[in-house]
Design a protein around this ligand. Structure first.
Ligand code: NAI
Length: 246
C-alpha cells in the first residue's frame, strides 16, 4: 500500500485504531480522524514504536458535523494529492427498547453511523471518480443484518449503511471504485465493555467460535478489501462474526 492514502474515521481506539495500524503496517499513509486529535497521540506513538512503514497523519474530525466534512476531504486531498481508501468506522450506540426510545437517541445514532458515512462517501467518491481508483469500506454490524433487541436505532443505521454501500458500488464501479461492507459480530472494545457479563456469556453461546473477536481480526478483513487482491470484489457484505450469522 505504499503511495496509497487512506482516511479512517474514529481512529482513536478499538476497531478504528487497529485498522489504522494495519494499513500503516502495509505502507499506507493513514489520515486517522478523531473528534479530539490529542486522543490519536497514542496511535502515532504505537506506529513509531513498531517502526511501521506507513505514515499516521492525525486529524481532528467530528463526523456528525456535516459542515466539517467537505472542507476536511478537500484539505486531505490537497495535503496528500489523492484519497485511495475510505474506511467509515466511527460509530455509536444508544441502546434501549423501541417503546422507550426518544427521538434524540434514534437520531444521534442515525447521524453518526449513517448520515455521516453518506457525507464522507459523497465527498470522497468525487475524488475517487476523478482519479479512477478507490476503495470504500463501511463498517456495519451483524446487528444490521440480523437485528438485535434493544438496538432498533443502531440496527437501522447499519442496515442503511449496507443499502448505501451496495447502491454506491453500482454507481461508481465503472470508475474502478469498489465499495464493500465489513460487518463485525461482537468484538472486544469499549463499545462492548459496557455489556453486562450475563449478556456477554449468552452472546458466546450464539457464536460457533465461542468467543468475542479482536479488533485486529476486523482490521485484517478491511485491509484485504482495501488491497489489490480484492480488485474484483464490490457491493459485498463480509461478516467477520465468528460464524454468528450462519
Ligand atoms: P468504540 O466505541 O471503541 O470506538 C468508536 C470510535 O468512533 C471511537 O474512536 C469514537 O471516538 C469514534 N466516534 C464516535 N462518534 C464520532 C464522531 N461523531 N466523530 C468522530 N469519531 C467518532 O467502538 P468500536 O467497537 O471500535 O466500533 C467501531 C465500529 O465498529 C463502529 O462503527 C461500530 O458500530 C462497529 N461495530 C462494533 C462492534 C463491536 O462489537 N465492538 C460490532 C459490530 C460493529
Amino acid at each position: 500500500m505504499k503511495d496509497k492514502v487512506a482516511i479512517v474515521t474514529g481512529g482513536s481506539r478499538g476497531i478504528g485504531r487497529a485498522i489504522c495500524l494495519k494499513l500503516a503496517s502495509q505502507g499506507a499513509t493513514v489520515v486517522a480522524c478523531a473528534r479530539d486529535v490529542a486522543k490519536l497521540a497514542d496511535l502515532a506513538e504505537e506506529a513509531a514504536k513498531r517502526e511501521l512503514p506507513g505514515v499516521i497523519d492525525p486529524q481532528s474530525l467530528d463526523v456528525a458535523d456535516r459542515a466539517a466534512i467537505e472542507p476536511f476531504v478537500d484539505a486531505t486531498t490537497e495535503r496528500h494529492g489523492r484519497v485511495d481508501i475510505l474506511v467509515n468506522n466511527a460509530g455509536i450506540t444508544r441502546d434501549g427498547l423501541c417503546m422507550n426510545m426518544d427521538d434524540d437517541e434514534f437520531d444521534d445514532v442515525i447521524t453518526t453511523n449513517l448520515r455521516a458515512a453518506f457525507w464522507m462517501c459523497r465527498s470522497v467518491s468525487r475524488v475517487m471518480i476523478r482519479q479512477r481508483y478507490g476503495r470504500i469500506i463501511n463498517i456495519a454490524s451483524v446487528s444490521g443484518v440480523m437485528g438485535t433487541a434493544g438496538q432498533t436505532n443502531y440496527a437501522a443505521s447499519k442496515a442503511g449503511l449496507i443499502g448505501l454501500t451496495k447502491s454506491l458500488a453500482k454507481e461508481v464501479g465503472r470508475r474502478k471504485v469498489t465499495c464493500n461492507v465489513v460487518a463485525p459480530g461482537f468484538v472486544t472494545t469499549d463499545m462492548t465493555a459496557k455489556l453486562p457479563d450475563k449478556v456477554k456469556d449468552s452472546v458466546k453461546t450464539l457464536v460457533p467460535l465461542a468467543r468475542f473477536g479482536q479488533p485486529e481480526e476486523i482490521a485484517g478483513a478491511v485491509a484485504f478489501l482495501a488491497g489489490d487482491e480484492a480488485s474484483y470484489i464490490t457491493g459485498q457484505v463480509i461478516l467477520v462474526d465468528g460464524g454468528m450469522r450462519m
